[in-house]
Design a protein around this ligand. Structure first.
Ligand SMILES: Cc1ncc(COP(=O)(O)O)c(C=O)c1O
Length: 382
């Protein structure tokens, strides 16, 4: 089996499952309880928070646990809108965000907020001139993803940070769900960013757990109110087994990161160099040049993405149409659409997404199967 769909989700690491299991069995108290079981759970909660904070070189109090990327994105967007509505009603984001951002923005529009979607170029990248032109006195949030989940574009985060240094009141949010463990931590955890979203299951942690980085002093309103957990900002009894397991997953992920990133880049390049020679293939991702090392998106003209995915599945190779969310809806990729790729080509796109366990031998196997399937694809495209 070759699993090349790691941007959809990753397999939980055995050590991670082990931690989840141990905590579930042994440290099952409620961190809010006053007795020793509670204290033990509270200590582990804070230890996990510290471990994550240390790995990202931030303070423990700047890490807040969530149920994953979708909640983190919803929270920062809507939490900013609620918190800062007296200062302005304008939010800026990009045309290529995940639906967790896009649909939160759309909901806010229905409540009277105004949203600017920054357009992207043929590489899926925003322009800094467009960002500068979009900023208004009423702007309260700029939300830009780190790595596009469909084609792997890295947004110009350092330049966005530079622009926003002149606007210290605007919240700067980065959705880094696809950008952790990919060698761009300095770009993401830059000295201007206020909020960053992370999701555990994208880096071999459990499902349904994530966290946000929230810069000290920057406020967002809670969306989940209740018992006052997470410093009154996110109520709900903490999912301690998942939190401890996620902290373990992050430590494992970031251990030896440069070597792992280099290997993913090598695998991506090997596949890219091969498939891009074929006349029916259009590649949307690039090698380096502002693209993440783990995502490769390409189309085979005249063949639907689903057909390509299932053809590889027959050979026990698992890839994806451009995103897990859009694939079952049979929609053209929203990123490719924003890049003005014609719909007929956008619906022929597939995504390979790697993790640190993939190998060059898997790339070679993929290439072998690709060559076998290409003749079939050629017939379909005629
Ligand atoms: C860029 C991006 N943001 C947010 C999410 C949502 O994360 P989760 O699945 O943890 O809710 C995803 C998931 O694919 C994503 O790729």
């Amino acid at each position: 089996m070759i699993y090349f769909d790691n941007s959809a989700t990753t397999q939980a690491a055995p050590e991670v499952v082990d931690t989840y299991d141990k905590v579930s069995h042994q440290i099952w108290g409620n961190p809010s309880s006053l007795h020793k079981f509670g204290e033990q759970a509270f200590n582990l909660l804070e230890q996990s928070r510290k471990q994550i904070a240390d790995l990202l070189s931030v303070s423990q109090s700047e890490i807040l646990f969530t149920s994953g990327g979708t909640e983190g994105d919803n929270w920062v967007v809507k939490g900013t809108a609620i918190e800062k509505r007296a200062f302005g009603n304008h939010l800026i984001t990009t045309a290529v965000e995940h639906d967790a951002i896009h649909n939160s923005m759309e909901q806010l529009k229905q409540l009277g907020f105004e949203v600017t979607y920054l357009p992207v170029d043929e590489h899926g990248r925003i322009s800094i001139a467009d960002l500068k032109a979009a900023i208004r006195p009423t702007t309260i949030l700029v939300s830009v993803m780190a790595v596009n989940n469909e084609i792997g574009t890295i947004q110009p985060l350092a330049e966005v940070a530079d622009v926003l240094k002149d606007y210290p009141k605007i919240h700067f949010h980065i959705d880094a769900v696809q950008g952790i463990g990919k060698g761009i931590q300095k770009l993401v955890m830059n000295d201007r960013v206020d909020f960053v979203t992370f999701s555990g299951h994208k880096f071999h942690g459990p499902r349904g757990i994530g966290f946000i980085y929230a810069r000290r002093g920057r406020k967002i309103a809670p969306l989940l109110t209740g018992g006052g957990q997470e410093r009154n900002l996110r109520s709900g009894t903490e999912n301690l087994p998942a939190i401890a397991a996620m902290a373990k997953a992050l430590r494992l992920l970031l251990n030896d990161e440069p070597k792992k990133v280099a290997r993913q880049a090598e695998i991506k390049k090997r596949i890219f160099d091969h498939v891009s020679q074929f006349p029916l293939v259009t590649t949307f991702s690039e090698i380096n040049n502002g693209f993440a090392p783990h995502i490769l998106c390409f189309a085979i003209s005249g063949v639907r993405g689903e057909t390509i995915v299932h053809a590889f599945e027959e050979h026990d190779i698992y890839i994806s149409t451009t995103s897990a969310c859009s694939s079952k809806k049979h929609l053209a990729s929203s990123t490719l659409t924003a890049m003005a790729v014609p719909e007929s080509l956008a619906t022929s796109a597939v995504r390979i997404s790697l993790d640190e366990h993939n190998t060059l031998a898997e790339a070679d196997e993929f290439i072998k199967v690709f060559d076998q399937l290409y003749d079939q694809f050629k017939k379909l495209s005629d």
